[in-house]
Design a protein around this ligand. Structure first.
Ligand SMILES: NC(=O)c1ccc[n+]([C@@H]2O[C@H](COP(=O)([O-])OP(=O)(O)OC[C@H]3O[C@@H](n4cnc5c(N)ncnc54)[C@H](OP(=O)(O)O)[C@@H]3O)[C@@H](O)[C@H]2O)c1
Length: 446
């Protein structure tokens, strides 16, 4: 049963024992009834003691519950499950509590589900590196945020839940005109694209650049940011059905990498090669990227998407990507007059100043109308498997968003229709469809 077909089910009787506070990453053993009003919405100032007319009311900290997604083990879509967490998270002095409205889905979470993303702790764990929402409480030392602020949030993981507690420094005030979906779509894709283009590659007016996965989240962000400069030639690889959209977004030469050798196509148009290549693919594509550079050109390696061929981990693809990894000695590099860089936002966590400055710049650019995240589709937490499927099957143009709020009956996922170019051979369509549940998550046996 797919997540879309299967609203979360109640599996167990309400908890009798006291819930823990703060909640841990351990999935709770009991869960609240789906569809009932959240206990968090009950008046907080109810007396806790029994009165002659009323049953005892538990303190808010104990009855507080919220929806959270858990990665329960490595594998297919069914490894991500919807749970109810109980107990109000406690707040340290420099932290804020955010009621989450929308979350971003990133390629790293597809890798994480397959056990290929080293920055995601072992399951059970809540994934989620970016979200947006409204601040509901602030720690006593927080002076630059207030209750009611609309914020976007960055973290290494743990944001795919209805309520998150994060350091205030990891939140950024949303521009007024920005929707929660846009705010959840912006941080990872645009920080990655901006820092690579303007801090590492130092791309300049008149230059040429190759953007792979040009219709994806980072690809669209990078293409938009290139438009800040005059006369930049953007080569973008993407499935053919997406070419019209990416051309409108600023890709000068869209290339269907599925039916053509993109390196040959680029050489036809730009025989001398390129100034910059952004490589999220890895393996043999990195060698191609290096060969495509002009002297003084810059290659930035920032992903290994070639490891992923479908829902389940493909050991052959992982081994092939690893085996074909590009290596070069420094003498050859010197003779080539080229720069090879690596970029990984996840390892830039300590560079708070760089992240804050770049986010500030990106939010300015948004307010000036110079960048705008493109939302491909929105899925409720129950449908996380379908959301992941959309990316695995290469159907998205732009960002896939997850919504914590429960799906209403008969509601279809909202998406910009795209002619699917699914490589059906890659996917086992009918097996392992997402089955969300609110049942107790058992630790997976390896
Ligand atoms: N280092 C960092 O800090 C960092 C940060 C963010 C993202 N990244 C990397 O950037 C890349 C893009 O990430 P994203 O989150 O923006 O995802 P995304 O681009 O939205 O990914 C999905 C799209 O990529 C294309 N694609 C190419 N190879 C694919 C594959 N093996 N499996 C599925 N789709 C594939 C497909 O479009 P077409 O059909 O048009 O090819 C698909 O629709 C990933 O490699 C990711 O790991 C790195």
């Amino acid at each position: 049963m797919s997540g879309e077909e299967a609203p979360a089910r109640q599996q167990q009787e309400p908890a009798e024992e006291k819930t823990e506070n703060p909640p841990t990453e351990e999935p709770p053993s009991e869960e609240a009834q789906e569809g009932e009003p959240s206990p968090a919405e009950e008046p907080a100032d109810e007396p806790a003691a029994a009165t002659p007319d009323k049953a005892p009311v538990a303190p808010e900290e104990e009855v507080f519950s919220y929806r959270a997604l858990f990665l329960t083990g490595y594998g297919g879509y069914d490894k991500v499950k919807l749970q109810m967490k109980k107990g109000k998270p406690s707040l340290k002095s420099a932290e804020v509590l955010v009621r989450v409205k929308a979350c971003g889905l990133n390629f790293a979470e597809l890798l994480g589900r397959q056990g290929l993303y080293e920055l995601l702790p072992s399951p059970p764990v809540t994934p989620g590196m970016e979200c947006s929402g409204v601040i509901e409480a602030i720690g006593e030392e927080v002076t630059d945020r207030k209750v009611g602020d609309r914020v976007l949030v960055l973290s290494r993981h743990g944001l795919w839940q209805e309520v998150v507690v994060v350091p205030a420094s990891q939140t950024f005030i949303m521009p007024e005109s920005m929707s929660f979906e846009e705010a959840a779509a912006l941080p990872i894709n645009y920080l990655t694209a901006y820092i690579m283009l303007f801090e590492m590659a130092n791309v300049r007016a008149g230059q040429s650049i190759l953007i792979h996965m040009a219709a994806g989240g980072v690809g669209i962000a990078a293409t938009q940011l290139c438009q800040l400069l005059e006369d930049v030639t953007v080569f973008g690889t993407a499935s053919a059905s997406k070419h019209e959209t990416i051309s409108q977004g600023g890709v000068t030469h869209p290339i269907d990498y599925r039916t053509r050798d993109y390196a040959e196509e680029i050489r036809k148009i730009s025989p001398k090669g390129l100034d910059v290549v952004l490589d999220p693919l890895g393996g043999s594509d990195t060698q191609k990227a290096f060969s495509l550079l002009k002297p003084m050109g810059t290659l930035i390696v920032f992903g290994a998407a070639n490891c992923v061929t479908g829902q389940k981990k493909n050991l052959l693809a992982v081994a092939k990507t690893w085996y074909n990894q590009f290596t070069i000695n420094t003498l050859r590099l010197m003779h080539a007059n080229k720069a090879v860089c690596g970029f990984h936002l996840g390892y830039l966590g300590d560079e708070e100043e760089l992240i804050t400055q770049t986010m500030t710049r990106l939010l300015e650019l948004y307010t000036q109308g110079k960048i705008k995240p493109r939302i491909d589709s929105t899925y409720h937490f129950e449908q996380v498997g379908d959301a992941m499927r959309r990316m695995h099957e290469r159907n998205n143009i732009g960002k896939v968003i997850l919504l914590p709020e429960p799906k209403k009956e008969e509601e279809k996922p909202e998406s910009n229709p795209v002619p699917a170019e699914t490589d059906k051979k890659e996917e086992e369509k009918d097996e392992n469809k997402m089955e969300t549940s609110t049942e107790e998550v058992k630790r997976e046996e390896n």
